[in-house]
Design a protein around this ligand. Structure first.
Ligand SMILES: NC(=O)c1ccc[n+]([C@@H]2O[C@H](COP(=O)([O-])OP(=O)(O)OC[C@H]3O[C@@H](n4cnc5c(N)ncnc54)[C@H](OP(=O)(O)O)[C@@H]3O)[C@@H](O)[C@H]2O)c1
Length: 268
């Protein structure tokens, strides 16, 4: 039961803090311990009822889930110093891009249950698309426990670990694709005469609403697009221009380039 689980965060930088902020109000704050070697990273969290510490061991001892939100390159030395504090009744939840469950299992005590998650900072507004995969010692129940944690801050899918690079290319880097599209649409609105703030509101809300309709209606996006494209109309003229400029090709290429880079970083 995730509602009763105690969570310890090793690392409270951009991603760790975003997740903690998304969980506040969803779980009792007293169940969360945030640790970071930088005291300034912990500022303001005590006021939210979160326990804070600059000793990462406090994120391990006595916790049910230990959430690793470090840069992958410091994982090995940090886990070495923490090894004595782990127990195999705990679950290690790694949010570190490119760190495979096999690699983490090598760094952790034998038989340690590990669940690897590719999150998004959108957890902060409880609208993230997260993907997870299980290590060798994680039971179905433990995976479900981690999944229910991330379901508190968005939608979660389980994938084979071999698909984690593809997930990184699509949803891991995806917020950056979306911000670029929102900005470019707003620029178009400004070019057409709208005030900047109005253009940004219209652009962002249009993407939010269109995404919700895809998820809630279950309709294919092409069907929904056809419903708003009248013959010879304004939208048809704009769509023709998007084809001419290669928007789809650009987005597909961005996902593939990010997935390839993720695979490359995972090797190093
Ligand atoms: N940011 C994203 O959008 C995003 C998305 C998906 C996945 N991730 C993953 O999330 C992880 C963290 O990313 P981030 O952007 O949050 O990085 P970050 O802002 O650098 O956060 C990591 C934090 O951990 C601290 N730290 C380092 N060693 C520590 C130790 N021994 N004990 C406790 N804390 C320690 C760091 O302090 P120092 O700065 O002093 O080292 C820093 O405050 C990465 O593995 C990344 O792949 C991030």
């Amino acid at each position: 039961m995730i509602e009763k689980s105690k969570l310890g965060f090793v690392g409270t930088g951009n991603m760790g803090r975003a997740l903690i902020e998304g969980l506040v109000g969803q779980l009792p704050s007293g169940q969360i311990t945030a640790t970071d070697i930088r005291p300034e990273a912990l500022e303001g969290l005590s006021a939210l009822g979160i326990r804070t510490s600059t000793d990462a061991a406090d994120a391990v001892r006595g916790q049910d889930l230990v959430v690793l939100v470090l840069k992958p390159q410091v994982a090995a030395p940090v886990l070495e110093t923490l090894a004595a504090h782990f127990s195999t009744r705990q679950v290690v939840v790694s949010l570190m891009a490119g760190a495979s469950t096999a690699r983490l299992e090598e760094l952790l005590p034998a038989q340690m249950p590990v669940v690897r998650v590719m999150p998004q900072t959108l957890v902060r507004v409880r609208s993230a698309a997260c993907a997870l995969c299980a290590g060798r010692a994680a039971s179905a129940e433990q995976v479900a426990q981690v999944r229910s944690l991330f379901d508190l801050v968005g939608t979660t899918v389980e994938v084979a670990e071999s698909l984690m690079d593809a997930v990184t290319g699509l949803s891991g880097s995806g917020p950056a694709w979306a911000y670029t599209v929102v900005e470019a649409l707003a620029d178009g609105g400004v070019r057409a005469g709208l005030p900047r703030e109005t253009a940004l509101t219209l652009a962002a809300q249009t993407l939010l609403g269109a995404a919700r309709l895809v998820l809630e209606s279950g309709e294919h996006p092409a069907v929904l697009r056809d419903q708003v494209t009248s013959p010879g109309g304004t939208t048809a003229a704009g769509l023709h221009k998007l084809e001419e400029k290669g928007l789809r090709d650009a987005l597909i290429s961005a996902v593939l380039a990010a997935a390839a880079r993720s695979a490359e970083l995972g090797q190093s």
